[in-house]
Design a protein around this ligand. Structure first.
Ligand SMILES: Cc1ncc(C[n+]2csc(CCOP(=O)(O)OP(=O)(O)O)c2C)c(N)n1
Ligand SMILES: [Mg+2]
Length: 388
């Protein structure tokens, strides 16, 4: 009779196997929570307090509410200015107020912001002049504000390029012994770009103090997140580079500020970059020039209205007794005045000369530029808008 190996295994007495201690988990301290961090229910009801993300001081939350309300009013006004021909284009950040305001509130004045085209609200909330912020969107060739004086880089239209700029600036600051932090805003779609990966890798290797705030608003123009990535969370893209990463409910202002406070403290302490993925939603079309009915249902947009970040924070602060009708009315009035002043000032802005686009490109314009400038000049002349 032959003995099969299975029979031998069954017959052999049980022996105690030697065990080796488990190797330390190399991802410990890097991995995001399984569920996005959330401190408030969508209706503003507080969730149990947690040690890892202490709630920010109530004064910071009241200030956040004020800036979110003013920020939304600014956003509505800017959208209206496109209809009046005052702005060439405007990418709205409606629905993303918690991320926009949280991103700048978590920083010191001497920290740097690296925004994209969608961050006009964040920049005005940071205290930049709204007329200057909208300069580029009027079609002008420059960003309107002084990046060095405001510690705010120009709003980037080429996707993800700001990730490399932020890494370089932050590295330079720490190299010179300063504890400045750079916060780079970036969209979900832009995390597919090479510059995002190169920037975050450089920052990780050289411990550059950058916070990458990914606003996952579910769309890159018409491309939904499901066509953008197969990763369960964009926060895993940070882990792959050795960057501690977290995901947060981006429509929960309290959680956004708590998570960003921790991320900024990490970077400022010299521990290198941090990535935060904020789950939010773009309530408006990509820009005023986009037709969103071609790629998403109105029902989907409607469903996100119940998760409005401003209503959520207002309900919470009212329930805590630190915000009342009078304070809400005062903030609403401030927002109206802000919008009225912006309207007035934009009305008296000189119109941008389209031909100025060709100035300052090269000291000696290339033959192609000369040809293109002539084409534009002839087109304007034909429309009766320029010199013949
Ligand atoms: C390098 C580059 N490629 C393509 C574009 C065209 N483009 C402009 S916005 C956009 C979508 C970006 O989506 P996302 O990063 O999610 O940011 P969101 O607009 O949602 O804030 C694209 C593809 C661009 N501006 N730059
Ligand atoms: Mg997006």
């Amino acid at each position: 009779m032959t003995t099969t190996p299975q029979a031998v295994r069954r017959a052999s007495p049980r022996t105690r196997r030697k065990t080796t201690p488990a190797a330390p988990d190399p991802s410990a301290g890097f991995m995001p929570q399984r569920e996005p961090v959330r401190l408030l229910e969508p209706d503003g009801t507080p969730l149990p307090a947690r040690d890892d993300y202490p709630e920010p001081p109530v004064e910071a939350l009241r200030e956040m509410y004020r800036r979110m309300v003013v920020g939304r009013r600014f956003d509505v006004q800017a959208t209206a200015l496109t209809k009046q021909g005052r702005l060439a284009v405007y990418p709205s950040a409606r629905g993303q107020e918690a991320c926009q305001i949280g991103g700048v509130l978590a920083l010191r004045e001497d920290d740097w912001v690296f925004p994209t085209y969608r961050e006009s609200m964040a920049l005005t909330a940071r205290g930049l002049d709204p007329v200057e912020v909208l300069t580029l969107l009027c079609g002008d060739w420059h960003c309107g504000y002084d990046p060095a004086a405001t510690r705010t880089a120009p709003q980037c239209t080429p996707l993800a390029t700001q990730c490399v700029h932020a890494a370089g600036l932050a590295y330079g600051e720490s190299y010179q012994g300063r504890d400045t932090v750079a916060l780079a805003f970036i969209g979900d779609g832009a995390t597919s770009e090479g510059d995002f990966h190169e920037g975050i890798n450089f920052a990780a290797v050289f411990k550059a103090p950058v916070v990458y705030l990914v606003q996952n608003n579910k769309y890159a123009i018409s491309v939904p997140l499901s066509r953008q990535t197969a990763a369960p969370s964009l926060a895993y893209k940070g882990v792959g580079y050795g960057v501690p990463s977290e995901q947060v409910d981006g429509n929960d202002p309290v959680a956004v500020l708590a998570v960003l406070d921790r991320a900024v403290a990490h970077a400022r302490a010299g521990k290198g970059p941090y990535l935060v993925e904020a789950h939010t939603y773009r309530m408006e079309p990509h820009t005023n020039a986009d037709d969103q009915t071609r790629y998403r249902d109105a029902d989907e947009v409607e469903a996100w209205r119940d998760r409005d970040p401003i209503a959520r924070l207002e309900a919470y602060l009212r329930a805590r007794g630190v915000l009342d009708d009078a304070a809400v009315a005062a903030v609403a009035e401030e927002a109206e005045e802000y919008a009225a002043t912006l309207r007035r000032r934009m009305d008296s802005q000189p119109t941008v000369d389209p031909l100025s686009l060709f100035d300052h490109v090269y000291a000696e314009p290339t033959p192609q530029l000369v040809e293109q400038r002539e084409m534009v000049r002839a087109e304007l002349a034909a429309d009766g808008e320029g010199d013949a």
